[in-house]
Design a protein around this ligand. Structure first.
Ligand code: UTP
Length: 290
């Protein structure tokens, strides 16, 4: 069983990032020199996935356009002898086969994934949230695919959070498995009330899922926040088959949150090949003046 497809839901409203996201999708906000979503697409490509399925909604066409071939721009860049830049833009549109499906109403992440069921079909697939970045030596998606080659079951990427933050996340309870950084899932709960879980393993936006999830999603009733929660369907799936939590190597940034976005800009800016050094100098001077 090979994981060939990645679903990237980008149909959310982005209310945490208003007013910036009134007319621009949060996934198109720039981190250094490219939109957030491009980092995620590059991670998917570097991990060997063959097809991306965007789950989009009204107002998100900028994302589809960004990965499309722009004939007019290509011609203008050629005329201006900016061939290298033109090739870089074409490279983005040639990175991978991309299709999109439309979520008609923002009924939740679970519903967004269910919307992609016909394109995914009966095979395991990956899910990456369009605003969740992971900075790591080996792409996070690749780390998860390596584990999948071994276990052949659903995998949820997790990170440790402070106990006072657990109520902001989906939380996984699990037992240590023989494999490194891996836990067998025993319970999942969406945004648990303080004091109701001992676990500090928070779900972040990377999953490998078995196709049975679609049937379970179609039977999931609206949960927390009136939305069809992926976590509820994951809990049902974990009762039917084994499921693993994987503590990935790397740092995750929630680029759909204002502070998370600023942190991502600093992290990616400092690692940029040309801008990294001058940016670091600038930050040092700025901090010294505070
Ligand atoms: P978020 O929790 O970040 O919600 O969704 P949101 O609506 O995008 O943003 P806020 O909270 O209002 O600021 C997590 C992921 O699920 C997708 C989002 O696009 C994001 O990638 N999503 C969420 C959908 O595709 N459809 C939905 O109905 C809800």
């Amino acid at each position: 069983m090979k994981v060939r497809k990645a679903v990237i839901p980008v149909a959310g409203l982005g209310t945490r990032f208003l007013p910036a996201t009134k007319a621009i999708p949060k996934e198109m906000l720039t981190i250094v020199d490219r939109p957030t979503i491009q980092y995620i697409v590059e991670e998917v490509v570097a991990s060997g996935i063959e097809q991306i399925i965007f789950v989009t909604s009204e107002g998100k066409s900028a994302i589809e356009n960004h990965f499309d071939y722009n004939f007019q721009l290509d011609s203008v860049l050629r005329e201006k002898k900016k061939v290298v830049l033109g090739e870089e833009l074409n490279m983005i549109s040639n990175l991978i086969d991309i299709v999109s499906v439309r979520q008609k109403k923002p009924l939740g992440l679970g519903h967004a994934i269910w919307t992609a069921r016909h394109v995914v079909g009966d095979e395991p697939f990956m899910v990456l949230l369009g605003d969740d970045l992971v900075l790591s030596k080996q792409p996070c998606a690749r780390q998860m695919l390596n584990l999948f080659d071994d276990v052949g079951e659903s995998i949820i990427a997790v990170q440790r959070v402070a106990p006072e933050q657990t109520h902001q996340y989906g939380i996984v309870e699990g037992e240590k498995n023989g494999r490194e950084r891996t836990y067998k899932v025993t319970r999942l709960v969406e945004k648990p009330a303080p004091g109701t879980t001992d676990s500090d393993m928070a779900i972040i936006g990377r999953y490998i899922l078995m196709p049975e999830i679609f049937d379970l999603l179609s039977r999931t009733t609206p949960g927390h926040g009136g939305e069809i929660q992926l976590t509820d369907a994951l809990l049902a799936l974990s009762k039917k088959r084994e499921m693993f939590a994987y503590e990935f190597e790397g740092t995750r940034y929630d680029a759909g949150d204002k502070l998370g976005y600023l942190k991502a800009i600093i992290a990616y800016g400092l690692r940029h090949t040309e801008l990294g050094e001058p940016f670091k100098e600038y930050l040092k001077e700025t901090l010294a003046d505070l």
